[in-house]
Design a protein around this ligand. Structure first.
Ligand SMILES: Cc1cc2nc3c(=O)[nH]c(=O)nc-3n(C[C@H](O)[C@H](O)[C@H](O)COP(=O)(O)O)c2cc1C
Length: 335
């Protein structure tokens, strides 16, 4: 599906690519709450071109998990080409191919991949041209504003557009900022003004009010929701309702959270099997229970949980014993 179809919606909301997080169960839950597009976890072009078992597992999907974006990390043309070829050979179904020029992790960016490419806009353009030529689906890039300042943000974005991509995602921070500090709305706005392709903004979309601020101050065409969706799929509905009707929805009740947690956990076991399903769900339990008074003992228990039965029990304990004073999550504090 062409990305423009998603943009036909007034406020496109997309579940951001998040390594180690945006797996199939989380994508399914986010879509149920209104995410209109979702990304797989980032894959390295080299591992994909070798077809490593671990990488292929990251690509698990199903027919309801669409439209779907696949994000590649690399700095080498030959691996990019062979990764795309491998996806074609597998007849792998996805809707957009994104290229990562944003990852700030030192061991990645220092070797010239991810955010490392922000220091070489011409190389980035060259790689993007290779992807555009080889890909049968829409192509996008995810950038940050720069390495340590945003002076060249527009130049980087324009080089990317020149390569023939369809969409640009921009995280409104520099590589040096990583995930902390202010989001530079003005810099995103400047990029939006200069480009002809859609610009989707990322950074601190932690509440409906923050989402509105991003649209208002940058004029962007859509949003990537990342940390704001962790243990908080309600955010998609909250943003849409606020933007369309000006209404701030009430935070979910303990009962509602427990229901969604249980469904998320069941999907996790279904996708990964009992052992890995439990381990992968542990961090989501912590996120779902953020801001809940007196939750510490249950969280500590979750970290030692191994079986499905044990996890079901801690979810039920949360349902029955969580303090009714719930209501202040970090998301609402940030709004
Ligand atoms: C755990 C985690 C993993 C992430 N992994 C990726 C990734 O693989 N690729 C990517 O482009 N961005 C990744 N990001 C960045 C997000 O997509 C997003 O741009 C960033 O978190 C800023 O948005 P936020 O402030 O609303 O969280 C990751 C973020 C987090 C928190």
């Amino acid at each position: 599906m062409k990305f423009k179809k998603i943009l036909a919606s007034k406020y496109p909301l997309i579940l951001a690519p998040m390594a180690g997080v945006s797996s199939l169960p989380f994508r399914i839950i986010s879509r149920e709450f209104g995410a209109q597009y979702a990304f797989l976890e980032m894959v390295h072009a080299r591992s994909l071109s070798y077809g490593s078992k671990q990488t292929m597992e990251l690509l698990s999907t199903n027919e309801n998990d669409r439209p779907l974006g696949l994000q590649l990390l690399s700095k080498e043309e030959e691996y990019i080409k062979s990764a795309i070829k491998r996806l074609d050979e597998y007849k792998y179904k996805y809707d957009m191919l994104d290229f990562n020029a944003a990852c700030p992790v030192r061991k990645i960016s220092n070797r010239g991949e991810g955010a490392g490419l922000l220091q070489k806009p011409r190389k980035l353009k060259k790689l993007l041209k290779v992807i555009v030529k080889a890909s049968s689906v829409s192509v996008s890039v995810k950038i940050r504003l720069g390495w340590d300042n945003s002076d060249e943000a527009c130049e980087i974005a324009m080089h990317a557009e020149d390569a023939g991509i369809d969409v640009l995602f921009v995280h409104g921070r520099t590589k040096v900022q990583a995930y902390k500090g202010e989001v530079d709305y003005a810099a995103i706005g400047r990029i939006k003004k200069r480009l002809n392709i859609p610009v989707i903004a990322s950074g601190n979309i932690l509440s409906a009010k923050r989402a509105k601020q991003m649209f208002d101050e940058t004029g962007c065409d859509g949003l990537l929701v990342a940390r704001g969706a962790l243990g908080n799929p309600w955010i998609f509905k909250e943003i849409t309702t606020y933007l369309e009707k000006g209404i701030l929805l009430k935070r979910p009740t303990i009962e509602e959270i427990a229901d969604v947690m249980q469904r998320h956990f069941d999907l996790s076991v279904e996708c990964f099997g009992e052992r890995r399903g439990v381990v992968r769900f542990r961090k989501f339990y912590v996120w779902y229970t953020r801001g809940v008074t007196g939750i510490r003992p249950l969280r500590e228990k979750v970290m030692r949980t191994i079986t499905k039965e044990e996890m079901n029990k801690v979810i039920e304990k949360f349902r029955n014993e969580a303090h009714p004073g719930y209501g202040l999550t970090s998301h609402t504090i940030l709004s």
